[in-house]
Design a protein. Structure first.
Lengths: 323, 346
């Protein structure tokens, strides 16, 4: 069996949330890479009632980097970027995370491996939910599961949900398997950005048909065709992005059509942001931390991509959806 | 991996069996069963009702497709339920008919995932073990189709009021138990696929050079059998096109280095018993390889294979150990170990 073990939690109440990490070394930082403290603050008295799962997939990217010797390529890319930024450390960081973004798009095995890890975690959550409900004599369908993803985690979430509704193999079809999620919150989603960039290099992208991000019909809310109706993968699909966050599709305070995810039926929440300090330093911090804990340094630098800051600024929304 | 593979119970399923509901639920269910389904179908459940065991384990050990059928038939006999099913009633009845096939009634719910033993009664009746696998696949489909119609949010209030609280609780548990079992089996399969990816991409797998990266990228796109699949995971095959300066042979009673180019295919061994570490890895490696070998007649480390007279032979690999043979006037058997000297190059 795989070294990856999906997290299993005994539910204290009737709800759970899965936090999905974005770019950044979540493996190295461990639980600290996830804004669990901020989430608990947002949920207040209900925090104890929510089972919090976390998922990162850096280890799979690391396999691919080693297997294909991408490190050598990253060095070359880092040097090229370094010329532009005049900052070798930032260049290397940028190059590594460019690789993290590109792998799932260009490398089929990596894409499918990340998906299987994601599905295994969702399947484990369904089992934990069933166990908890049956143990109490409750109806498992009355229990609620939500996902809060950040950055590249939004891309994997978007792809995983589309695969879940499309592929019976995963046993996660919302209509057939009754596994509809309560809510999905995508923070700083690069899905539209990846769609735009991958569209430009489309000829290089293998098995485009299996990438929901590149669907010819455009981005869509994942839903299973069940009989005569569409059963959405989630009851609430929310996109949160900041006005200074380029990953979320805003540049210098303005929304960009090529970068900002806008799906018919999604609820959009915009966080007004003001940049403080050195923007390059902000970017480096964001990449190094994946936007998790430590993305802000004494308040002197505001990281527009910080997951922590998103959770803090949207505490009310999270309480509304998760508590 | 087959969805109905026989074999030892994997960890997620075992854990699932261990940690589900407790005895009070079982007693409630047993009592409620006694009120809602025929007595002959409940004999086994009643026998176990005094033993504090997780409810799903009890379902798996004792409940059969016949019990499932009885619960479904009972719900569908209610006028209110028939009314709310409306246009879907014919489909639901057709699927219920498959679940209620008397030939599969003795099958244990647990056996539907292929991991539990089929009951002796079932085997005796059918006199062929393979029947249970075919039946399980059909029952899986039928139960999967039935569940959303009978457990969906639209119909559940009607079921609850038609059956009453206790019986509705039993109804939910019986319909959900196999669904959770099938989810546990799907989790096993996800982890199995992930372990295959790990074997092919992980720390123990051979690194690829630039040419191999491009070749395998192309093969995955355009050559059947090289792309990963949703159900099977990664392809076991990988193309080899590498320059190997580390072959060694004995010539004139002296050990001599030989440089060669390899063109072939590597096959990964995905079974649980393969991919061992250390000495065990010699017998049970993670991969094999086979292909053509091109070497120059001028031996030596870092010699160009097409320099001078080129000799073409073959190589086979078993894990990291590779043996090559090139025929000709100075024919030789060569050995080497799988390694990469210069990242991205060879």
């Amino acid at each position: 069996m795989s070294a990856f073990k999906p997290q299993s939690i005994r539910w204290r109440a009737d709800r759970a949330v899965l936090l999905v990490h974005g770019i950044g070394d979540a493996s190295g930082a461990g639980p600290a890479a996830f804004p669990t403290t901020q989430l608990a603050d947002a949920l207040g008295d209900d925090a104890d009632k929510v089972a919090v799962y976390t998922l990162n997939y850096d280890f799979i990217n690391d396999w691919a980097v080693r297997k294909t010797n991408l490190a050598a390529g990253i060095d070359v890319l880092g040097k090229a970027i370094g010329v532009k930024f005049d900052n070798a450390e930032l260049a290397t960081t940028l190059a590594k995370y460019c690789g993290d973004v590109l792998w799932p798009v260009l490398h089929l095995d990596t894409r499918m491996a990340v998906r299987d890890a994601y599905m295994a975690q969702l399947q484990q959550i369904v089992l934990d939910c069933g166990e908890a409900a049956l143990a109490r004599g409750h109806d498992p369908l009355g229990y609620r599961v939500s996902i809060v993803a950040h950055s590249l985690g939004c891309f994997h979430t978007y792809e995983a949900l589309h695969a879940a509704v499309r592929e019976p193999e995963y046993r996660l079809q919302p209509g057939t398997d009754l596994t509809q999620l309560e809510s999905v919150v995508l923070m700083a989603s690069p899905v539209q950005l990846i769609r735009s960039v991958a569209g430009d290099i489309g000829v290089l992208v293998p098995d485009k048909g299996a990438l929901a991000t590149m669907a010819p019909s455009g981005l869509s809310l994942p839903a299973q065709k069940f009989g005569r109706k569409d059963v959405p993968a989630t009851r609430h699909f929310v996109s949160v992005t900041g006005t200074q966050d380029p990953v979320g599709g805003h540049l210098f305070g303005k929304r960009t059509d090529w970068g900002c995810m806008s799906i018919h039926g999604q609820r959009t929440e915009i966080v007004t942001q003001t940049l403080l300090g050195d923007p390059v330093q902000s970017l480096k911090l964001a990449l190094a931390s994946g936007g998790g804990a430590g993305a802000m340094v004494g308040g002197a630098v505001q990281d527009p991509h910080s997951w922590t800051a998103y959770v803090n600024s949207k505490a009310g929304l999270l309480r509304e959806l998760l508590a | 991996m087959s969805a109905h593979r026989a074999g030892p119970t994997p960890a997620p399923l075992r854990r699932f069996q261990r940690t589900t509901a407790r005895a009070f639920v079982l007693r409630t269910l047993a009592f409620a069963f006694a009120c809602t389904v025929p007595q002959h179908a409940l004999a086994q459940v009643a026998d176990t009702a005094t033993v504090p065991r997780p409810v799903v384990t009890v379902f798996a050990d004792t409940l059969t497709v016949g019990h499932y059928c009885a619960v479904v038939r009972d719900a569908m006999s209610r006028d209110a339920v028939q009314r709310v099913l409306a246009d879907n009633l014919p489909l639901v009845e057709a699927k219920a008919g498959k679940v209620c096939d008397p030939r599969v009634a003795p099958l244990l719910l647990r056996s539907l995932t292929g991991r539990g033993a089929v009951s002796l009664a079932a085997v005796a009746r059918q006199r062929q073990k393979a029947y249970s696998e075919v039946a399980a696949a059909r029952l899986d489909t039928a139960m999967r189709t039935l569940r959303p119609f009978l457990r969906g949010r639209d119909v559940q209030p009607t079921i609850n009021s038609a059956l009453g609280d206790s019986a509705a609780q039993v109804f939910r548990a019986v319909l959900d138990a196999p669904a959770l079992y099938f989810t546990a089996a799907a989790l096993d399969r996800s982890l199995e696929r992930l372990s295959r990816y790990e074997r092919k991409l992980g720390l123990q797998s051979p690194k690829l050079n630039a040419v191999e990266v491009l070749l395998n990228y192309s093969a995955q796109r355009w050559v059947p059998g090289f792309a990963p699949s949703v159900t099977r995971g990664p392809s076991p095959f990988e193309l080899i096109a590498s320059y190997v300066p580390t072959y060694a042979t004995v010539q004139n009673r002296k050990a001599t280095a030989v440089s060669a180019s390899e063109f072939g295919v590597r096959g990964y061994l995905f079974g649980d018993n393969w991919g061992k570490d250390g000495r065990a890895g010699i017998l049970k490696p993670a991969y094999w390889s086979i292909g053509a070998l091109v070497a120059s007649d001028r031996n030596g480390a870092l010699a160009w294979p097409w320099d001078g007279r080129t000799r073409t032979g073959a190589f086979v690999g078993w894990g990291e150990l590779k043996i090559g043979y090139v025929p000709g006037r100075t024919s030789s058997v060569m050995v080497t170990r799988q390694m990469q000297f210069i990242p991205f190059v060879f």
